[in-house]
Design a protein around this ligand. Sequence first.
Ligand code: KIV
Length: 275
Amino acid sequence: MSASAQVTALTPSDIRARKGGTPLVALTAYTTPMAQMMDDHVDIVLVGDSVGMVLHGLPDTLGVTMEMMCLHGAAVRRGLRKPLLVIDMPFGSYEESPQQAFRNAARLMRETGADAVKLEGGVSMADTIAFLTARSIPVMAHVGLTPQAINTLGGYKVQGRGKDRDRVLADAHAVARAGAFAVVLEKLPVGLSNEITEALSIPTIGIGASATCDGQVLVVDDMLGLFTAFKPKFVKRFATLGADGEEAIRAYAAEVRARRFPAPEHVFADEGPTA
Ligand code: KIV
């Protein structure tokens, strides 16, 4: 038996059982090396449709396709052993009917090896979540700011304030009742996030929500400082890899132009070692 076969991977039930326990750690990933980097440190890896903005330069997540998700999902799977792997259902792949959602969720899981899917929406998606979970597809829900709905929400605004509070509460309760094993709460006021976390029997995973959520998620390129086009208030940069990378590229360009790179240790003699 290989060393990798002995690792016990987390399941949706394990994640659900962590309600109220040690906070769950979640990050997005889109590539094998990034997945390998987080394998020992996080509980949940999400192949988010944020991949469209972060890696493909799209203005929002609406242009993300099933093909993009399959490609990045399979790459992430190859770099992970332990965390639960969740994959986003892209805009247009699940909203039409529970049957459409099942077809596309099954394809995402089959082609990537993901353990679960995530989809955006509350009350309006409850039937779909129930349909999927009854057919062996674990679902992570996502309420509050749902980026695939920016055109109807009017942008990336905080949700659930004032009269909107009841709508978000109803969404959170609906996805939990429908059978989601966890729910992402995005860009909600702290008080509402706390109330939802206390009321639901499933873990809440916050992004711009509250420190008392059952877990937190961030886009990995945001927290590493790799994505610098803009920085939402809820992002903390734990590194500055974008700036460090640009500095490294500047140094490389200068050395090539000055003929300082390659140096003698980077080139091959006429005779000797071949590698
Ligand atoms: O697409 C994504 O990365 C997400 C997370 C930010 C929750 O949905």
